[in-house]
Design a protein around this ligand. Sequence first.
Ligand SMILES: [Zn+2]
Length: 208
Amino acid sequence: MNVRAKPPVRRTVTTKQPTGKNWSEHKPDLKEDFNSCCGYCDSFDGFRHTYFEVDHFIPKSLFEKNGNIDYCQYDNLTYSCKFCNNKKGSKWPSKDETVPNVNNKGFVDACLPEYENHLYRTSKGSIMWKTNLGKWMATEAFRFDERERSIIVLWNLNELRKIINGLILELENYQVGDGIYESIKEKLGDYTLKYFVFHQELMEYYNE
Ligand SMILES: [Zn+2]
């Protein structure tokens, strides 16, 4: 399956028009356009495992040198979890900001459908690669391999969160005591228990 449950789409007209180094003013727009999830690993920003950052797809160090791109240029910004942003750092495969990948090294912008051509999500929730460029991104840049367990836990938590939210909404359509009400409630109990176990693991993982 796809790495991201819903592909991110950057808006063309932004709410704010920051200049200089105030790119973080774009964060609320990015959060919405990226469905509150990291553009690269799809972890949800509502779990208290990390804070979310604004990643410059073309690294700042490169365009500072070439001067062809602005700090606040929206189409160069990605809503990213701290882990993906830190691991990506200022890595870039060329000296040219218009060349994001060369010889199976480098990146694909998170908003291009092509991103999903290189990576995929396993049924357990980890992120694997379909191409050599995908392998480079997963193992040399974002380090999805060394972060595998946390990626699995975060994916499961988010899937369970969506199921639980859906069941809670469904429950509102029925009366206490109805057969359907009781069966939804039973399912809700099962999913909530699974959620709790993963959440416990997440807390232990990040407290280590
Ligand atoms: Zn991430």
